[in-house]
Ligand binder design. Structure first.
Ligand code: NOJ
Ligand code: MG
Length: 598
């Protein structure tokens, strides 16, 4: 004890020496601690600020169908100025990226997916100046702009096709032309292929006296990507938009980009029951879908985008549209693009509950190539709305699912409000896909019902347009279901969406893996986050029966959790935001969901 308390006068040289050594050891230790703290701090900062994640990993992507979003000039059709006037809406919702379906010059046979000039804006939607303003205004609000890129086909009114009709010159082989074959003295198309919207896909042209191939409507001839000039010219289209400050592209119908070189080969029967011979699903598309040749073309687009990324250091994004399982879609990662995952849109078993959703979600996570990023979609302009597929009462819980999973979520306009579909008679049907199936079956295929105008307020035509006749009718329920009403209501679908979109930015909902917790026929639950980021339990009843479960075990490993967000459909104050909920016996009814902070 005594030796421990020495006065200065008692110090010996050896002690001084020791003290010097001790001092430098302590100094080194302090330095080490400072350095470690700095590294730790930086790592924490990096996590908090997601400096390691590109914008397209952290953002929600919101799909705008321009015809239906907001009309600024009173012609009943939405336009670019309309979108600009509503950019604050995305700031309100905390949405950082918008994807615009086509706004290019088009005869509108497939509502803009039939482009007659790739480098201009259709007058219905505005001008190039409007587009530039849209990009500028979006960027000034920290919102990225993704455009639809439609490489597979174009309008038959496009100058390239018009030139190609002559059968000579540069554009002669820009499309797939064929003399067809002769059968019993009759001229026939070269093969049995079918159009995606069903029915014929080879069309006789009198001027050129040949058939041309169209995977979609007859006014949408397919381009021939075996012609290097086509590849080059479409790369230039991409450059045109990159020059205008676009941040990413959604690529339309990627699986159809190539057809087998020998077009005299039929596709085999799929043998799917109850599919008539004219329906697309009647055949297995071995000659017309996802051919390996697509890889190099996509890599070429990536290269173009990388040129721009190299200039300004801003990450650019390619997402491709195809409805295929991981074994097929994940090849697109190798090509430099992210494939959409439509597993929650199509293919879920009827009455899908917790187990079945987990299966669909694991299908994405378990098959993801190393280092790639997952993604989830709930709907788009081609498929039925969430309220139609899962029921109006499930809208909030489905948004909870979409926005709390790991991966980029894509939201179709109006899903944040829980918009419902409209009814359109066959006589008034506009969508060619619906019309192809006739009066008996058009409702199975028509995409009009999910494309009705966004419901902004309770005024005439829901504030979408000053015209008395919008291009599609506004849903009659707009007086109560609209942005203005829902903004004011604290626990509306809109405000729940906003809370989810905001919470999603927390580090716990970004990189860390999803750890499934209680999962049964009804419940899907998982834990997000780590001890460092904070941990959350998300639990949702996606089934048809009430379910009581004990969540206290791993991975939640907690006795209770504090409600951060609920789906509003609880009539019990104990589930209010801020309340602590016991996890040992938690009951959720169908359509109910909670995000709990552990
Ligand atoms: C997919 C688009 O999403 C759809 O709306 C369009 O009709 C086809 N591709 C053809 O472009
Ligand atoms: Mg094609």
């Amino acid at each position: 004890m005594k030796g421990a308390l020495k006065t200065r006068s008692e110090e010996r040289p050896q002690d001084v020496q020791n003290e010097k050594q001790n001092f430098s050891t302590v100094f080194l230790l302090v330095q080490l601690v400072v350095v470690l703290a700095a590294i730790g701090g930086y790592m924490l900062y990096a996590k908090r600020g997601h400096t390691d994640l590109q914008w397209w990993k952290t953002s929600v992507i919101y799909q705008i169908y321009p015809r239906s979003f907001k009309d600024s000039d009173g012609d009943g059709i939405g336009d670019l100025r309309g979108i600009i006037s509503k950019l604050d809406y995305f700031q309100y919702l905390n949405i950082k990226a918008i994807w615009l379906s086509p706004f290019y010059t088009s005869p509108m046979k497939d509502f803009g997916y039939d482009i007659s000039n790739h480098t201009d804006v259709d007058p219905i939607f505005g001008t190039l100046k409007d587009f530039d303003d849209l990009v500028k205004e979006s960027h000034s609000r920290d919102i990225k702009v993704i455009i639809d890129f439609v490489p597979n086909h174009m309008s038959d009114q496009h100058p390239w096709f018009q030139e190609s009709l002559k059968g000579t010159g540069k554009y002669r082989d820009y499309f797939l032309w064929s003399d067809g074959k002769s059968s019993f003295g009759m001229r026939k198309p070269p093969n049995n292929w079918l159009g995606v919207f069903s029915g014929e896909c080879w069309r006789w042209n009198e001027q050129r006296k040949q058939y041309y191939y169209h995977a979609f409507v007859k006014e949408q001839p397919d381009l021939n990507y075996r012609n290097p000039d086509v590849v080059k010219d479409m790369n230039d289209v991409l450059r045109f938009w990159m020059e205008r400050g676009v941040d990413g592209i959604r690529v339309d119908a990627i699986m159809k980009l190539f057809e087998s070189e020998n077009i005299f080969q039929d596709e085999p029967r799929s043998n799917r029951p109850d599919v008539p011979a004219f329906q697309y699903e009647y055949l297995t598309h071995i000659h017309t879908e996802n051919l390996p040749e697509i890889g190099d073309v996509v890599r070429g687009w990536k290269k173009v985008m990388d040129e721009y990324e190299a200039k300004d250091g801003q990450s650019r994004f390619i997402v491709v549209e195809l409805y295929d399982p991981p074994a097929i879609r994940n090849k697109y990662y190798d090509y430099g693009a992210m494939p959409f995952n439509f597993d929650l849109v199509e293919g879920l078993k009827a009455d899908c509950g917790g187990n079945c959703f987990m299966e669909a979600i694991s299908n994405e996570y378990d098959n993801l190539p190393a280092g790639e990023w997952p993604k989830f979609v709930l709907g788009n302009h081609d498929r039925k709305r969430v309220s139609k597929r899962f029921g109006v009462e499930s809208v909030n819980v489905m948004n909870m699912l979409l926005l709390t999973l790991k991966g980029t979520p894509t939201t179709y306009y109006g899903e944040e409000l829980g918009m419902e579909e409209i009814e359109v008679s066959f006589e008034e049907t506009q969508d060619p896909w619906g019309i192809n199936f006739g009066k008996e079956r058009y409702t199975e295929f028509s995409r009009d019902p999910c494309r009705s105008p966004l419901q902004w307020d309770a005024s005439s035509q829901s504030g979408f347009t000053s015209s008395s006749k919008p291009w599609l009718p506004v849903n009659p329920g707009y007086k109560t279901c609209n942005v203005q009403v829902q903004k004011k209501k604290k626990d509306s679908s809109l405000n729940i969406y906003k809370s989810l979109a905001t919470l999603r930015e927390a580090p716990a909902f970004q990189d860390p893996d999803v750890q499934f917790a209680v999962v049964n026929d009804n419940i899907l639950s998982y834990v997000r986050g780590t001890a460092n980021t904070g941990r959350y339990l998300v639990t949702m009843n996606l089934g048809h029966d009430s379910s009581t479960a004990d969540y206290t075990n791993e991975p939640a490993n907690a006795k209770s959790g504090r409600v951060v967000i609920n789906t509003e459909n609880f009539n019990e104050a104990k589930f209010n935001v801020g309340k602590s909920v016991s996890l040992s016996s938690l009951t959720l009814k169908p359509g109910q969901g909670l995000v709990l902070k552990l």
